[in-house]
Design a protein around this ligand. Structure first.
Ligand code: BLA
Length: 502
């Protein structure tokens, strides 16, 4: 399938999304001075909402609202948000923050369709209890998807996790029954380019109520204070990248919202929400509730991820000890002890296949390259000084033939000439085994632009061709420990044999 060319992707990451010079039309932006509250920049739809041009906030806010705003300006600005008030007969939520030396005020007419948030706030203790008692990452992500969908009413809510190369996987999903599942799908890093990830690391939430919107320009185009377009990084009405709008349109998404998941200052993932039936605009209160859930889950991530990782470490160490004990019980049949009992070397760590070569005799378990090729493959890797690789064919080109079963190889020598080895399949095949509904359709999706889940899956599969899930440090350590134990056991045995012979 065609790769997206690098030049196009580079341009993608170059788009200055923080300064689009426009807002979305579901609200009005006025940038004003402090303390005078004089309007310096306004979105072109301002006169429509206010019933005429606005030169100062003093002219449009009633005394009570003005007093609350001035309190916020003198103290904690975030306390102001949202300021519910009425302008020209329209009930609005006013949301404010500072940027570029100005006060950015955003005015969003209140829709009738709110209050899920109010009800939800009463259920907050239960929701927090559920989130914080999640024992595994999987549970945390599922709870999060369900609760964010309840509070926002989107058709689909996904929890999306980045890998070290910024590709991403949908690890949890709550959706309208009739929608096709995206759970387990992977998307390439280019779907969310670097400058967007940087923005989402400081800004927790973004909303596009109607991806078919007409952008509303800011007037004047340049902030008179700086001579540059106004910085809308923190503005909830910021007009988003046209490339992304095209992406959403091609996915059939009418409305999109996402909340950042941040672990120790690093963007860990996103909660991504879609609506298909038509435009969808959760109220400010409901959005804030979703953001609150995202922030809470972000704090819990570290513990849950650490627990998940720790659990793997203990399991592998325990199994290594059990295998070593089995070897100790049967010193004259080491190969059988490792491959023919209830617990085998293949159970030591997650792998598709394993090989044991002892005394020159090779035994295979699970999915491996053919017996007559395993010794040469492992020998070549060990000769190249490689113990663990998630892309064996990049070290030993001949391994290209075996990427289905052995994209990843972990090999440790036992004595001289013998070894233990584990094999991991190509990541793509692993996902296919996981029941991915799109894998079989990849070949038919090369028509048209790449902006759809299937196209993205295809692009991702290009990036992972010939690679496996990586080997973790404690897995390599356990393999080395077991091999060391076997080397010692084999040595003891031959010494005993020598004594018997002598
Ligand atoms: C932004 N891309 C985004 C966002 C998401 C995705 C969630 C954040 C904006 C939002 O909340 O809608 C991608 N959405 C996904 C993915 C899933 C999903 C992967 O639901 C999976 C289920 N996008 C491309 C390409 C380019 C691109 C090729 O696919 C560039 C050429 C750009 N995506 C792009 C840009 C933004 C973006 C520029 C930033 C939009 C903005 O905030 O202005």
């Amino acid at each position: 399938s065609p790769r997206v060319d690098d030049e196009a992707l580079r341009r993608c990451a170059d788009e200055p999304i923080a300064i689009p010079g426009a807002v979305q039309p579901h609200g009005v932006l006025l940038a004003v001075t402090e303390p005078g509250l004089d309007v310096v920049v306004a979105s072109a739809n301002a006169a429509e909402l206010f019933g005429g041009p606005v030169s100062s906030l003093v002219d449009v806010l009633d005394d009570d609202a003005l007093a609350r705003l001035r309190d916020g300006l003198a103290g904690d600005l975030a306390e102001v948000n949202p300021l519910r008030t009425t302008v020209a007969g329209v009930e609005v939520d006013l949301v404010v923050h500072r940027a570029d030396g100005l006060l950015l005020t955003e005015w969003e007419p209140v829709t009738g369709a709110e209050q899920a948030g109010a009800a939800w706030h009463r259920r907050l203790p239960g929701v927090l209890q559920r989130l914080s008692s999640s024992a595994t990452l999987e549970q945390l992500a599922e709870t999060l998807a369900r609760d964010v969908r309840t509070v926002t009413g989107f058709d689909r809510v996904m929890v999306y996790r980045f890998d070290p190369e910024w590709n991403g996987e949908v690890i949890a999903e709550d959706r309208r029954e009739d929608l096709e599942p995206f759970l387990g799908l992977w998307f390439p890093a280019s779907d969310i380019p670097a400058q967007a990830r940087a923005l989402y690391t400081t800004n927790w939430m973004r909303l596009i109520p109607d991806a078919g919107y007409e952008r509303v320009p800011l007037e004047p185009a340049a902030n008179p204070l700086t001579g540059r377009p106004l910085d809308l990084s923190g503005a909830m009405l910021r007009s988003v990248s046209p490339v992304h709008l095209e992406y959403l349109a091609n996915m059939g998404v009418v409305s999109s919202m996402s909340v950042s998941l941040i672990d120790r200052g690093r963007l860990w993932g996103l909660i991504s929400c879609h609506h298909y039936a038509g435009p969808h605009r959760p109220s400010y209160a409901d959005r804030t509730a979703a953001e609150f859930l995202g922030r809470t889950a972000s704090l819990l991530l570290r513990t849950v991820v650490a627990e998940d990782e720790q659990e793997g470490v203990v399991d592998v160490a325990e199994r290594a000890a059990e295998l070593a004990a089995a070897v100790g019980r049967t010193p004259r049949a080491l190969g059988a002890a490792l491959t023919e009992q209830d617990l085998t070397v293949l159970d030591l760590l997650p792998a598709g296949g394993a090989a044991v070569r002892l005394g020159g005799q090779l035994r295979l378990l699970g999915d491996t390259p053919p017996a007559d090729r395993v010794t040469a493959l492992v020998g070549a890797l060990l000769a190249a000084g490689v113990t663990a690789t998630d892309a064996a064919a990049r070290v030993v080109p001949a391994a290209e033939e075996f990427i289905a079963s052995a994209s990843g190889v972990l090999a440790v020598p036992v004595g001289t000439g013998d070894f233990l080895a584990w094999f991991r399949p190509e990541t793509l095949r692993e996902v296919t085994w996981g029941g991915n509904p799109y894998a079989s359709k990849v070949a038919q999706t090369d028509d048209g632009p790449r902006l759809s889940p299937r196209r993205s899956f295809a692009a991702w599969s290009e990036t992972v061709r010939g690679t496996s899930r990586p080997w973790r440090d404690h897995e390599v350590s356990a393999a080395r420990a077991l091999a060391g134990h076997l080397t010692a056991a084999a040595l003891n045995r031959s010494e005993e044999d020598n004594r018997l012979v002598g």
